[in-house]
Design a protein around this ligand. Sequence first.
Ligand code: ATP
Ligand code: MG
Length: 348
Amino acid sequence: MRYILGIETSCDETAAAVLEGRRVCASIVASQVDLHAQWGGVVPEAAARQHVERLNPILQQALDEAGVGWTDIDGIAVTNRPGLVGALVVGLAAAKALAFALNRPYVGVHHLEGHLYSAFLETPDAPIPFPHLALIVSGGHTELVLARGHGDYLLLGQTLDDAVGEAFDKTARLLRLGYPGGPQIDQRARLGDPTAFRFPRAKVEGWNFSYSGLKTAVRREVERLEADDALDEATVNHLCAAFQQAALEPLIHHALDAAHALGVDTLTVVGGVAANSALQAQMRAACQQAGLTLFIPPPRYCTDNAAMIALAGYFRLRAGQCDDYDLDAYANAPLAHRQSDTSTAPNA
Ligand SMILES: Nc1ncnc2c1ncn2[C@@H]1O[C@H](COP(=O)(O)OP(=O)(O)OP(=O)(O)O)[C@@H](O)[C@H]1O
Ligand SMILES: [Mg+2]
């Protein structure tokens, strides 16, 4: 199992990658962000159409950059859940066609399992440290997961309403900062004072998260400022800084608390929001103080990419696993379940 081809089309990024073992030879990501910006969010039908147009050239580009031919590919990994079904089936159909034509095994990969492995794309020579805690913070998910081994995941906590990335995007839209909002808020927050406004930190049971109260609190503040004609650029910066701090604190607090309670010494932060500069700085400081080893992927592997899908698939293919041609795409699918005994989780 030398060369693995990864394919990712679950949302608005058309991506292909080639790994040699665990080492990334090529990772190509064609973002559709400019297309969807006009609508302020991802339009599923438009996303699927763009995947159809772009996937073949992107696959060829990945192979060319890796310097390999089609027959060099030993196995294929493709995201088949969760995501936009119309978008997922484009990648899945391509993976099945290639697997059939090349007579190679292929596996369907859970998108969040890909994010989970993204933390280890930069350390191909070191063993994956199990157990470890994974804080998955993306546009559609906010989950705290205990990874006990390959494919063995336990859900410790998750958002009860909005995902944290969604909260960044909705707040940015409210402040008319454009789409996607996460990077904009990150930049504006550096110019603002996080103590200029005090937004609520959600009180939820266990290691769960909630962002709807924060979203409403920011909206009310913005409406009040607009009524007073006081929403100037400096105030927007302060709002970004205060929102960001309120959004990040529960993530850091729960992750460190869970690591301490479970006696786990390694933590990963993955998904698009892991690219946030304040989250990275605060998590690094907190982990250093707590004596935890922290893995955060570089920004290009925080957001959607196919290298992470290929790495998740690599371990399955290497273990001899392979999916049938009747494999489906699913809009919703949990990565991990909770253990029936949740006595380790604290009550807020
Ligand atoms: N620097 C940043 N600060 C905060 N948020 C960010 C930053 N960069 C990206 N994001 C957010 O990350 C999200 C995109 O991440 P990702 O591509 O992992 O999500 P997704 O694939 O759409 O969702 P999921 O993985 O849950 O299906 C967006 O919500 C975006 O605003
Ligand atoms: Mg993602």
